[in-house]
Structures are given as structure tokens and as C-alpha cells.
Design a protein around this ligand. Structure first.
Ligand code: CDP
Ligand code: MG
Length: 831
């Protein structure tokens, strides 16, 4: 009110400001319905367990009595016939042979490394040995065993398995805890949790008080969380001399971990596996008579045809298959040209996978088939193909089961159980079946040779999640899955040459992903300066990658000048998400724009639902454009497409709708599921009350200006400037200078943008640097929701983005902007 706004643009800032004031109540106490006014009722967080298990001893039952109860129960449950059957199964596992040696080593050493072939019984037996030992020696009340798992699905399935081996219900002495879900009780002595849950627990309990044994599983995978956790544990051990740490790994590289912990002793569990024959693409093609039909021919000449199979950065950049005109194999060649675009186009030939399954079913004996694919898309496409296949489609003879990390946990048992007789089990899995989940009756493995993996280019600040070749170690691991109960066969759908060129081990995740989430964790655990801390890692990440992460966190306002967490940073730490996506969700919920924030965040975290058919590109483009309308926004196109899909789904027209509009139903479904997960996370940290529903936080959910402001909040500093150059518009980025709009964007070819900036989700480098999805935004969105403001001394100018944005306005406008920013900070602090 103090400001006399005159021009059109000033009216616009007033508008936007008015909305922010109205929705968040950040000035005065104008709004009572605001989601933020209920700060008093901040709930305690279910995933933050402060004291472990609240053991019954502590709840009033004397320790001795409790220990006795535990022991008696263990004895009585073991005497039932089913428990005896379980016991004899357990005694046949290779892990059983090292039981005494293992228990002695645990008693004598603070740290122990155990390695063994997948399926030998590490995860299900070793924690159980400790539990049985402690309980039978009447130390049950004091024992508190935690075993971490990299994935939610394995935490649940392993806990369920052990409970049933012990003849108990899940949640009694054996339980699990994953983000937003737990089954445990005061009686629980052995808890399986995800590594993420343990890391969050360390925030509250840096010394892991009350924990007697900690087992860290699957360390050979070298996941970011596990690599991070062992740095913390190495520092923690001297403070907790009574804590026992056991690291469990498949047969690879156990020495590396032993060295890291001052040459801790190692135990190797000898494998009990049958020989597995291996075949490469050459042999598979010969057997199946399958003809690869080339879709990406880029060379046709003479009597030969060249087909690009794949490409990848070092060492397998591109691989070509040269086929003569009769489609007989000739040779493979590898070139080292780097081409991201060409690479992402190379896809697995699912027809070949199908042909191989058919071949096995026709010609080979009984036994389950395990197929390794890269992701949900391939799994569901193959599922469809198999259903349509007249040989395989006969549902009374085949049991086809998908297995994917983000699958709901229903029907788990089916995967492990033997199928009814004369039925063949076919499991379509991602690399989750490589080492963390063992299916006993697998006799045939079909390996596509790839897995989805993130890679990070610190120089260009580019990150991508793409299928890439697995390592030799992984290929070996996958092959081994076939020899659990009898000799097996592994069909590798890639040439021998590719196998030879594979890396020995995969690069640890910490070296190939952006580090901002990790940096936030380091800060919230108060582990000191990020760079110093990370230098202690098993394989420390590149200095530049660390610097980029810290810079980004400062830019988005999660860290202050001296690298301390801001209130926003504190909230972001609580969300297991990329900080940019987390910020978009937080701002979406504060500013009553929750529904679009959930949809856009889910697409960012998963992927774009628009598919790009090579031969019908124009039609696909125009479908996308019609969703975008005149918004100059790919994100709006995405929102409209998603919402229309939801409507179509309700009226049973989803399939046709997707087909007509070039949308992937699988991606849309996945996005829908992720929206639900994000909502749970926001309610978990007290930003929304789930019971009220999304509508209660969506007053401005259809307001373009508000949506683009939220986009700006989440995507900043991904901003480019649109400059008019004659009839065309040129685009400039602060980091790399001139950039282009990706041809698939609705903003490609737009001559005149109504507003001066574009925020974008991703930039990719191919022939030029392209901006993928973008949205046209005003400078006011940037001033209110972008990075740190640098007001000039005169109080009439603000610069941002390191001087890249220069904004002048009357002093009063500048002051109002600063005041609003200050209020937003205070609001975040109060939450
Ligand atoms: O951890 P590791 O790979 O060494 O093996 P494990 O997960 O402890 O599994 C040992 C054995 O238990 C497997 O070979 C399966 O036979 C069986 N198991 C099962 O039947 N059901 C489960 N949910 C987990 C394991
Ligand atoms: Mg295991």
C-alpha cells in the first residue's frame, strides 16, 4: 500500500507479492487458513527414533526377566516342526559352516569384514547368529542389532524371511524400518533398516547409543550412502569401544574395506554354487536364429550394413556391429567418438530377449528364468510382449513376475517360492536381483549387460541417469545367479568383445553423482567442513565436484556464506531428495501451489512422460504444443498432460489418450505414485497435513504466475536470459554463454517471449548446448524466489546471479522485496 505502482510490470509484482502475502501469511497475521499458521502442532517425526526399541527392560520389566523371556521364547519357537524344517534348510547354507568362527571373530574384534557369494546366507544368517547367541546367553535385553540395506524392498523382505525362519511374526524380535514405514516393537532386538534411515538416526544420536551390533550390508555396491556411512563409523568407533561393526560384501574387493579399517580381519564364506555355462550374443543369435532388425542404421554401403549398438564414455564409447547383406554376423568394432545423443538412442532389443526366453522354453529343461533389464519401462514392455506371445502367453504354463526396487511390496513371496509344478517362473528384474535378492530356483539368466546409472560431469555441471554397461564384476555376479540349485546357463545379450572391454569394477557412486544431497547430510550431521570430511572417504570425490555442490547449495539458499545450514537447508536435509526438487515442494506447499509442484517435481525426479517417436516427430511436437497453449512453458504442457491423463483414466480412456498424445502411460503412472510419496514426505516433516488433502494447499494451483514463481524457486539457478536480436531471440546462460533451445521444447522457434527469462530443468551438451524443458518467467519471480539478492548502497538496484541480473526500481519496491524475503526466511525458521 505504501507504494504507488504505476506501470504494468509494477502492477504485476504487486500482484505476485499480494498472493505470497495472502497465502503464506508472511506479513502480519492476515491469514488464518494458512498452512503455516499451525506451527505449534509440529509433530514428532516417525522416522526419528531417539531411543532404540524402548526395550521392555527400560519400560519397567527388569532386564534379567526380559532376557529370560526372550530365551524361553526362542527355545519354544524352535521346537515346532516347521521351525525344525527351517533349521535344516539353514544348516545347509554355506554361512552355517563359519558360524562358530564368525561368532568368535565378532567377540574378539571391533570390526569384521565378511565376504561370500550372493545367496550363501550373509544377510539372513549372520545377524541371526548374533541374535541367537546373545539371546541364549541371557544378554537379550541388552542386545540391539541393526543391519542396514541399500534398498527398502530388501530391508522388508529380509526381515520377513528371518522372522519366519524363527517362527515369529514380523515386528516381534525381528523388525524393519524404512522411511515412512516400520514394523517393530518394544521386543525388537534385530532391526533391518535402509542406510538412509540409519543416517538420519545419526543426526539425533551421533554415538548410536544403545546399539550393540551394526551390520552394514552390500558394501561392495559402493553406494553413496554406504560409502558415506563408513567414513562416519570409522570416526565413531573409538568413542564406542563396545560397538561391534560387521561389513558384509559379495566376493569382490573385501580387502579394500579391511584396509580402510586398519586391516580388520576378514572371513570369507566359501560358495556353494554349481557351474554356469556362458554364452555371448554371437552364440545366442546362432541358437535363436533371431535377426536383429536395425533401427538406427547409420551406414549402408556395399554389401555391408553397419548398425550402432551402443556408445558410452570411456572405455566403451561406441560399438558397431557390421553385418553383411544376408544378415550374417561379421564383426564388431569399437570407436571412441563421444556422442551422448547417439548413445541414449541405442536401446536393448526386447525382441531378442523374447526370442531367448522362447528358446529356453522350447529346448531347455525345467528351472526359473531370471532376466536382467535396466528399468521399469523395459520390464513392463517385455511383460506386454510375453503376454501377447502365443507360445509364452499361455498363462497356465508361465508365471511371469516383475521385480523392481520401487515396486510395492505385495506378492513378494511369489518371487521366492517355487511355482506350481509344470509352470515355469520367469522373473523380469532390474539389478536389484544381482546381489540383494536371491531367487533360489533360477537356472537360466538372461543378461542385457546394462544397468541404469547416474553419471556426473563436474566441468559442465551435468548429471544424467542413463543405462550403461555394467562392470565385469557385476556380469560375474549376474551369471552366478543361475547356479544356485543345479548347473545353469547364462545368456549374455552382448558380444564377447563388449564383455572384454567392460570395467573391472563399477565406479563408486560418490565419484559419479552430484554431491549436493550428500553435502547437506554432512552439514546436518555436523561433521565439519565438507571438503575435509570427504577427503577421508574410501575414494574421495573430485575437488571440483565438492566445490560445485557447495556453490549450488549456497546459491539456492540452503547454506549461508560460512557454509552453515540455513533454515531452508535444515528442512531440505529432512527430505531424501535432490535439494532443488525439495525446495520446489516446500515452496509449493507454503505458497498454495502444491498440486502443480507435486506433478512437476515427480517428472523431474523420474523423467519426462512425453515420448519422442523418430518417425512421427511433428505430430508429437504438435500434441505437446497444444497442451502448452500460449504459456511458453514445457512444464505447463507437462502439467496439463498429466491432469488430462488423470481425467482420461477416471473415464477409462487412458490408453487411447496416451497413444494419441505421445505420452508414456508407464511414466505417468510412476509420476502419480511419486506424487503420493512426496506428499507423505511433506506431511512427515510437518509442512502439510495429509488428512486435509492436496486441495487445502492448492489455492493458487491454477495461477500461471504463481506456478512459474514456484518453478523458479525449484529450478534456480537454471536461468537463461532471452535477448532480442533482430527478428530472433538469443539465449545466454551465466555459466556457458550462448545456448540453444532443444528442438523438442515448446519454446523452440518462439520469436518473441513475453517475459525476459527462462528457467529450465536440464541442459545437455551434444552438438551445441541445449536447454531441455523451460518456462518463461518474469524478473519478479527471480527477485522473490531466486537466489541471494545483492542490493546496492543507494537502495535502488538489486543484482543477482553474480551480477547477471540487474534490477532497478524505486527504493520502496526494493525494500518491499527485501522485507518479503526476510519474512520468508523467518517463516522457514519458525516451521
Ligand atoms: O546375503 P546373501 O546373499 O549371502 O544370502 P541371503 O540373502 O542371506 O540368502 C540365503 C538364502 O536364503 C538364499 O539362498 C535363499 O535360499 C534363502 N532366502 C529365501 O528363501 N527368502 C528370502 N526372502 C531370502 C533368502
Ligand atoms: Mg545379502
Amino acid at each position: 500500500k505504501e507504494i504507488n505502482m504505476s506501470t504494468e510490470t509494477e502492477r504485476r509484482v504487486e500482484n505476485l507479492l499480494a498472493k505470497s502475502i495472502g497465502t503464506s501469511g508472511i506479513i502480519g497475521s492476515s491469514s488464518t487458513s494458512s498452512p503455516t499458521s499451525s506451527q505449534g502442532s509440529k509433530q514428532s517425526l516417525p522416522n526419528m527414533v531417539t531411543t532404540d526399541g524402548e526395550s521392555r527392560a527400560r519400560l519397567g520389566v527388569p532386564k534379567e526377566k526380559f532376557s529370560l523371556e526372550l530365551r524361553d521364547m526362542q527355545i519354544s519357537k524352535k521346537s515346532t516342526p516347521s521351525a525344525r524344517a527351517m533349521q535344516s534348510f539353514r544348516e545347509k547354507l554355506p554361512a552355517y559352516k563359519v558360524k562358530e568362527e564368525f561368532l568368535k571373530a565378532v567377540a574378539d574384534n571391533q570390526v569384521l569384514v565378511v565376504s561370500g557369494e550372493t545367496g550363501c546366507g550373509k544377510t539372513t544368517q549372520l545377524p541371526q547368529f548374533i541374535l541367537e547367541e546373545e539371546v541364549s546367553h541371557l544378554r537379550g535385553a541388552d542386545c540391539n542389532i541393526i543391519c542396514t540395506q541399500p534398498r527398502r524392498i530388501s530391508a522388508i523382505s529380509v526381515a520377513a524371511r528371518i522372522a519366519s525362519e524363527r517362527g515369529e511374526n514380523l515386528g516381534e524380535t525381528v523388525g524393519y524400518q524404512i522411511r515412512l514405514e516400520a514394523k517393530r516393537s518394544a521386543q525388537t532386538r534385530l532391526l533391518f533398516c535402509t542406510t538412509g534411515v540409519l543416517l538420519r538416526r545419526l543426526v539425533q544420536e551421533p554415538d548410536l547409543g544403545g546399539v550393540s551390533h551394526l551390520l552394514v550390508d552390500e558394501i561392495h555396491e559402493r553406494g553413496m550412502n554406504e560409502d558415506f556411512l563408513i567414513i562416519i563409523l570409522r570416526d565413531l568407533l573409538p568413542r564406542r569401544p563396545d560397538l561391534r561393526l560387521i561389513l558384509m560384501s559379495a566376493t569382490i574387493n573385501a580387502d579394500l574395506f579391511s584396509k580402510y579399517f586398519e586391516n580388520a580381519p576378514t572371513i570369507h564364506i566359501p560358495g556353494l554354487t554349481f557351474p554356469v555355462a556362458e554364452m555371448f550374443l554371437e552364440d545366442v543369435l546362432e541358437k535363436t536364429h533371431y535377426k536383429i532388425v536395425s533401427e538406427t542404421d547409420n551406414f549402408v554401403g556395399g554389401s555391408r550394413r553397419r548398425r550402432q549398438l551402443s556408445s558410452k564414455s570411456d572405455p566403451l564409447t561406441e560399438m558397431f556391429e557390421d553385418v553383411d547383406i544376408n544378415n550374417q554376423f561379421k564383426s564388431y568394432s569399437i570407436s571412441t567418438r563421444q556422442s551422448l545423443e547417439a548413445w541414449s538412442g541405442a536401446q536393448l532389443d526386447l525382441g531378442l530377449v523374447e526370442a531367448t526366453i522362447e528358446y529356453i522354453c522350447r529346448n531347455e529343461g525345467d528351472g526359473a528364468i531370471l532376466v536382467f533389464l535396466t528399468g521399469w519401462d523395459e520390464i513392463s514392455k517385455l511383460l506386454e510382449k510375453i503376454k501377447a506371445n502365443t507360445l509364452l502367453g499361455n498363462s497356465s504354463r508361465f508365471l511371469v513376475l516383475p521385480l523392481h526396487g520401487s515396486m510395492p511390496t505385495v506378492n513378494q513371496r511369489e518371487i521366492f517360492d517355487r511355482p506350481p509344478s509344470n509352470m515355469r517362473k520367469i522373473v523380469l528384474a532390474t539389478n536389484i536381483a544381482e546381489s540383494s535378492i536371491t531367487i533360489d530356483d533360477v537356472v537360466y539368466v538372461i543378461d542385457c549387460g546394462k544397468a541404469k546409472e547416474t553419471s556426473y560431469d563436474a566441468l559442465n555441471k551435468l548429471a544424467c541417469l542413463l543405462p550403461s554397461w555394467i562392470s565385469k564384476a557385476s556380469a560375474h555376479q549376474r551369471r552366478g545367479r543361475a547356479g544356485r540349485v543345479q548347473p545353469g546357463v547364462c545368456y549374455r545379450l552382448y558380444p564377447k568383445l563388449v564383455h572384454e572391454a567392460m570395467l573391472q569394477y563399477q565406479l563408486p557412486e560418490i565419484l559419479r553423482t552430484p554431491l549436493q544431497e550428500l553435502c547437506l547430510n554432512i552439514k546436518s550431521l555436523q561433521l565439519g567442513a565438507v571438503a575435509t570430511f570427504l577427503a577421508k572417504a574410501l575414494q574421495p570425490p573430485d575437488h571440483l565436484a565438492v566445490q560445485n555442490a557447495i556453490e549450488l547449495l549456497k546459491t539456492i539458499g540452503a547454506l549461508d556464506e560460512i557454509e552453515e545450514l540455513t533454515p531452508l537447508g535444515h528442512h531440505l536435509c529432512m527430505l531424501p531428495l535432490d535439494p532443488n526438487i525439495g525446495k520446489m515442494l516446500l515452496m509449493g506447499s507454503i505458497f498454495q501451489c502444491l498440486d502443480p509442484a507435486l506433478t512437476i517435481a515427480s517428472a523431474l525426479a523420474h523423467r519426462d512422460p512425453f515420448v519422442l517417436p523418430i518417425n512421427r516427430k511433428e505430430e508429437a511436437d504438435s500434441a505437446k504444443r497444444s497442451f502448452a497453449g500460449d504459456s511458453c512453458s514445457d512444464h505447463i504442457a507437462l502439467l496439463k498432460a498429466f491432469d488430462t491423463w488423470k481425467d482420461a483414466k477416471r473415464s477409462g480412456r487412458a490408453r487411447d489418450f496416451c497413444w494419441q498424445n505421445f505420452l508414456s502411460p508407464m511414466t505417468l503412472q510412476m509420476m502419480d505414485d511419486m506424487r503420493g510419496q512426496f506428499l507423505d514426505l511433506l506431511s512427515d516433516i510437518g509442512f502439510v497435513d495429509k488428512a486435509k488433502g492436496i486441495k487445502a494447499y492448492n489455492h493458487y494451483g491454477h495461477d500461471m504466475e504463481m506456478i512459474s514463481a514456484i518453478l523458479c524457486a525449484g529450478l534456480y539457478p537454471n536461468v537463461i536470459l532471452c535477448k532480442k536480436r533482430g527478428k530472433r531471440t538469443a539465449f545466454y546462460s551465466k555459466d556457458v554463454g550462448k545456448v540453444d533451445i532443444h528442438p523438442a521444447s515448446v519454446n523452440a522457434g518462439v520469436h518473441l517471449f513475453p517475459l525476459p527469462y527462462l528457467v529450465y530443468s536440464e541442459k545437455v551438451k551434444t552438438t551445441s548446448i541445449y536447454i531441455r524443458d523451460s518456462t518463461n518467467i518474469s524478473e519478479y519471480a527471480l527477485l522473490l524466489f531466486g537466489g541471494t539478492l545483492k542490493p546496492s548502497k543507494t537502495g535502488e538496484d538489486i543484482t543477482m546471479l553474480g551480477g547477471y541480473l540487474h534490477f532497478s526500481a524505486p527504493k520502496s519496491v526494493i525494500q518491499l522485496i527485501q522485507r518479503l524475503r526476510g519474512e520468508l526466511d523467518r517463516l522457514l525458521q519458525r516451521k
